[in-house]
Ligand binder design. Structure first.
Ligand code: F6P
Length: 359
């Protein structure tokens, strides 16, 4: 009898259930009744505290289109992994103990960067681990795309689409703040898809004068409104020069804004005298059903994870390379982020159609 553990860790996204379904259906096809799947509750927390249940084949039916995660999730920050919990429990040792006690043959970790770093750590401890790249941020190193990303692009793009009519009616500047503190993939794709006029992402620090100029030029050419797609982590050129501490100090001195979009709105309003409004779709971007693209991707990645278990290939993350399903060693991706390259073709093309990046 094969025993396979499964957990979902970190911020959720739309196709977690679809991916677990892919793994499970693959395993049931390969092993028939000779496999048992152990689901850990709330990510690594479930492994640390042996909070799990044996899953049934029926658990994996009817979930392809359902967002969230049936196992629950939590954040177990990698940087605190080696700090004992409040009762002095060694988290890593405890996870290894749970794995061994349950006589698992493998563990599937559906997670983003931090979670995959922990997955790599567990692989180094000798566990048979397979990672599956989850995140709406699409910032996982070693894969062209993560599951959840396209679903979030659709939601963020819809938010920007829907702003157009009201922006046009009122002749306003609108800022739509898109998720992504460190990387701008989601903002970039949603912004292009929905025809944003200005896209600001963390990888391309913006010059406020360039942003204002782009809005003014639109006004001059008779366009009544402008729409900015702004990543949560968008940063001005000046702020990008500052270290973490200096930036914190600067922010403490100045007015306090709920987020970068509000700060930008204040700057634009002040300098141009325009009416500026902010829309934050927030966690709706991680919610609801996975889009068909993600359902296909998750099914493929999940099935591949099952195949790798059969082959006995561990210590890897299933991935997408040039539209093919592949895999990459966890140790190669752990601790790395996949940023948008400011020199990438997609940026050049977006600029060619007139999108301003504030640089
Ligand atoms: O899942 C990644 C992410 O969605 C980021 O884009 C976002 O900034 C963050 O999670 C929000 O996290 P939380 O759900 O903990 O507020």
């Amino acid at each position: 009898m094969k025993r396979i553990g499964m957990l979902t860790s970190g911020g959720d996204c739309q196709a977690l259930n679809a991916t677990m379904r892919g793994i499970a259906k693959g395993l049931y096809t390969i092993y028939g009744d000779d496999v048992e799947i152990v689901g850990f509750e709330d990510g690594y927390r479930g492994m640390i505290y042996a909070d799990y249940h044996i899953m049934q084949p029926s658990d994996f039916s009817g979930i392809l289109t359902i967002g969230g995660t049936m196992l629950g999730t939590s954040r177990t920050p990698f940087k605190y992994l080696d700090q004992p919990d409040e009762n002095g429990l060694d988290k890593v040792a405890s996870m290894v103990h749970t794995y061994k006690k349950l006589k698992l043959d493998a563990l599937c970790v559906l997670g983003g960067n931090g979670s995959l770093k922990t997955a790599n750590r567990l692989a180094q401890e000798g566990l048979n681990v397979i990672g599956l790249p989850k995140t709406i941020d699409n910032d996982t190193w070693g894969t062209d795309v993560t599951f959840g990303f396209q679903s979030a692009v659709e939601i963020a793009a819809k938010a920007i689409d829907d702003i157009h009519t009201t922006a046009a009616s009122h002749g306003r500047v609108f800022i739509v703040e898109v998720m992504g503190h460190k990387v701008g993939w989601l903002t970039l794709h949603a912004g292009i898809a929905a025809g944003a006029d200005i896209i600001l992402i963390p990888e391309i620090p913006y010059d406020i004068d360039k942003v204002l100029k782009a809005i003014e030029e639109r006004n001059k050419s008779g366009k009544r409104f402008s729409i900015l797609a702004v990543a949560e982590g968008a940063v001005s050129r000046e702020d990008a020069q500052l270290g973490k501490k200096e930036l914190k100090k600067k922010k403490e001195k100045g007015p306090v804004y709920p987020s970068v979009a509000y700060e930008l709105a204040a700057k634009i309003g002040e300098r141009l005298g325009s009416e500026v409004r902010v829309t934050v779709p927030g966690h709706t971007q991680r919610g609801g059903a996975p889009c068909p693209y993600d359902r296909v991707l998750s099914t493929r990645l999940g099935a591949e994870a099952a195949r790798l278990i059969e082959k006995g290939k561990f210590g890897v993350m299933v991935s997408v390379k040039n539209q093919e399903i592949s895999n990459v060693p966890l140790e190669e991706i752990a601790g790395k982020l996949k940023y948008v390259d400011p020199k990438a073709d997609i940026i050049r093309e977006a600029k060619l159609v007139g999108i301003c990046f504030g640089d």
